[in-house]
Design a protein around this ligand. Structure first.
Ligand code: GAL
Length: 511
C-alpha cells in the first residue's frame, strides 16, 4: 500500500508540475556513495531508510541513479519509483547529495519532476500514458529502449499516471492541454475518444506520419476508426482484444471441468467451482472500467456483435427486452465474482487467476501481458473468447497523439515515427498482450494466445469497444460507465435500462 502511495504521489507531481525542457540535473560527474544491486523484496523507500536513514529519500536515490545512468547506462533508468526489478543497479547518493537533491525537488506534492532525470544534449521526450501495471510498463519500456538506441541524446521522461483504462490520466491530460503545458506525446485510443481533446484546437494531424510508416499495412477497420473531421489524430501501435476469458488451466484440469463457451456453460462451470469453494470469476472494479467492459461482453453474448453495434448506432433500441435479459445475466454473473471487486484494480483481479486463487477473469488481452510478466506460459493459462463471444472481436487500439504545443516537437515526431515500425510494434506487443496495428508482423515470435488473436482478427466480426474509447463519443462512454457502476452496486435492472435509454437520447441517438 505504501508503495502505491509513493507512485500516486509522483503521479500528482507529473500531473501538476510544469516539466521544463531543460533538465535540472547536474552535468558534472556523478558520485555514488555506494552502488547497490536490487534483490527480491527491495523497495526504494526501504533502501532509502537503510542507506540514508530517511524513508522519503527514495526520490534522491531515483534521481542520483538516473543521473548516473546518463554517463553509465549499466545503472538503471528509474521511470517509476514503485517498480524495481531484481538486478537493477542503483547509485546511492551520499547524505549530503541526497539532501541537496531533496531540497531542489522541494515539496513532493509540487515537486520539480525534471530534478529526477538526467540532462542530455538532445533535450527531453515527455511521454504521457497510463501504463503502470507490470506488463504494461514492460511493454512501453521496450519501445523506449529502441528510441534510446536511436536517439541516445534524448532523455525520455515516462509520465505514467496510474489508473487502468486511463481513469486518472485522461482528465490530467486535458488539463495540461488546456493549460498550454502538454506532454510531448500522449496515449489515447483509436476512435471517438479523441473528441474530448478538441483535436482541431490542441492536436496536430498525424496522417502523414501514419501513411509514411504503416499506412499501406493498416487494417481497414482501424483506418476507419482513426479518422475524425477529415484527419487522423492518433498514431496507433496495437490492437487489443477486449472480450477474453482468461483461464487458469490447472484449476480446470484438477476439477475435471471444460472452459465454458456459452453463458449457460459458464453458469454450470461456475456452480461447480463455487460448490468446491473456488472463486469462479475474478473481477476488478476500483478503476471503474471493468463493469461496463464486462457488460459489453454480456451484451455481445445476448444481442450478438451486430446487435451491439446497432445499440450504438440506433438500429437497435436500448429498451429492447434483450437488453433486459443482458442486465439480468450480468447481475447473475456478478454473483460468481469476488465480493471485494470494488476494491481491486484490473491487474489485481488478473493476478488472482495467475496465482491460482480464481478460475477465470474476463478482461482485455492486456491481461496477457501480466501472465507473461509473471513468467506464465500456455501450459498455465489460456485466453479464449468470453462466453458467447466467439466470432466477435471487441476492438481496443492504443496509440499516441501529438499536441500542437509539444515543447520537444522533433523528439515527439521521431517517437511517433518509431511506433509505426514493425520492429517497435513487435517489441511492444509481444509484451503488451496485443497484436500489431500493422498486418505484417511476424507472429511466430508471439505467444500462443496472440497467435490465435491475430488469426481471429482476420475472420471475426470487429466490434469497436465503447468502454475503451472506440465506439461512442466520450460523453456517452462516461454515462455508460457510470450507469454500469451504479447497476453493479445496486442491481436495479429497471433503473439501469431506463438510464441506458436516456444516455442514448442525450447523445443524439433517438430511441
Ligand atoms: C485500456 C488500454 C490498454 C490497457 C488497459 C488497462 O484502456 O487500451 O492498453 O492499458 O486500458 O490499463
Amino acid at each position: 500500500m505504501k508503495k502505491k502511495l509513493v507512485f500516486v504521489l509522483l503521479i500528482a507531481v507529473m500531473a501538476l508540475a510544469l516539466v521544463p525542457t531543460a533538465s535540472a540535473a547536474p552535468n558534472a560527474a556523478v558520485n555514488c556513495d555506494q552502488t547497490y544491486t536490487v534483490t527480491a523484496g527491495d523497495t526504494l523507500s526501504t533502501l532509502a531508510d537503510k542507506f540514508l536513514g530517511n524513508l522519503k529519500a527514495y526520490w534522491a536515490i531515483m534521481a542520483q541513479t538516473n543521473y548516473k545512468n546518463v554517463e553509465d547506462p549499466s545503472y538503471t533508468l528509474i521511470n517509476n519509483p514503485d517498480v524495481l526489478e531484481v538486478g537493477d543497479k542503483l547509485c546511492i547518493p551520499s547524505k549530503a547529495d541526497a539532501d541537496a537533491i531533496l531540497a531542489k525537488f522541494g515539496d513532493p506534492a509540487k515537486g520539480n519532476v525534471s530534478v529526477l532525470f538526467g540532462a542530455k544534449t538532445g533535450g527531453q521526450l515527455v511521454a504521457g500514458n497510463w501504463w503502470t501495471s507490470g506488463g504494461e510498463l514492460a511493454a512501453i519500456n521496450a519501445v523506449y529502449d529502441l528510441y534510446r538506441a536511436k536517439y541516445p541524446n534524448v532523455q525520455i521522461i515516462n509520465a505514467g499516471v496510474a489508473g487502468g483504462g486511463g481513469v486518472n490520466f485522461k482528465g490530467a491530460t486535458l488539463t495540461k492541454l488546456q493549460g498550454g503545458d502538454p506532454y510531448d506525446v500522449f496515449q489515447l485510443h483509436a476512435g471517438l475518444e479523441v473528441v474530448q481533446y478538441d483535436p482541431e484546437k490542441y492536436l496536430s494531424p498525424v496522417e502523414d506520419i501514419i501513411n509514411e510508416g504503416e499506412g499501406d499495412v493498416m487494417p481497414a477497420d482501424l483506418k476507419a476508426l482513426l479518422t475524425y473531421k477529415g484527419h487522423m489524430w492518433t498514431v496507433p501501435m496495437n490492437i487489443h482484444h477486449g472480450n477474453v476469458n482468461w483461464i487458469n488451466k490447472k484449476i480446470f484440469a484438477d476439477n475435471g471441468l471444460t472452459p465454458p463457451t456459452t453463458m449457460d456453460e459458464f453458469f454450470q462451470v461456475a456452480d461447480a467451482l463455487k460448490a468446491k469453494g473456488i472463486l469462479p470469476l475474478a473481477m476488478g472494479g476500483s478503476e471503474g472500467f471493468e463493469q461496463s467492459q464486462t457488460f459489453e461482453m454480456v451484451l455481445i453474448a445476448t444481442v450478438g456483435p451486430d446487435g451491439l453495434k446497432g445499440l450504438w448506432n440506433g438500429s437497435m433500441k436500448w429498451s429492447d427486452p434483450k437488453v433486459t435479459d443482458a442486465l439480468n445475466t450480468y447481475k447473475k454473473v456478478l454473483t460468481y465474482t469476488n465480493e471485494d471487486r470494488a476494491a481491486l484494480s484490473w491487474d489485481q483481479a488478473t493476478k488472482l487467476v495467475i496465482d491460482g486463487k480464481a478460475a477465470m477473469n474476463w478482461m482485455g488481452d492486456w491481461a496477457d501481458g501480466e501472465f507473461i510478466k509473471a513468467g506464465k506460459t500456455s501450459a498455465d493459462y489460456d485466453g479464449i473468447p468470453a462466453p458467447g463471444n466467439k466470432g466477435a472481436f471487441l476492438l481496443v487500439s492504443d496509440g499516441f497523439a501529438l499536441p500542437q504545443q509539444a515543447k520537444n516537437k522533433d523528439n515527439a515526431v521521431n517517437f511517433l515515427k518509431l511506433i509505426t515500425t514493425k520492429e517497435a510494434q513487435e517489441a511492444f506487443n509481444i509484451k503488451k498482450g496485443s497484436i500489431c496495428s500493422r498486418t505484417d508482423c511476424d507472429y511466430s515470435k508471439f505467444d500462443d494466445y496472440l497467435k490465435s488473436s491475430a488469426a481471429e482478427f482476420k475472420t471475426d466480426n470487429i466490434v469497436p469497444c465503447a468502454t475503451h474509447g472506440s465506439a461512442i463519443v466520450p460523453s456517452w462512454a462516461t454515462a455508460f460507465g457510470d450507469i454500469l457502476k451504479k447497476f453493479t452496486a445496486d442491481g436495479d435492472v429497471e433503473a439501469a435500462q431506463k438510464a441506458l435509454v436516456q444516455a442514448a437520447i442525450d447523445n443524439g441517438v433517438p430511441q
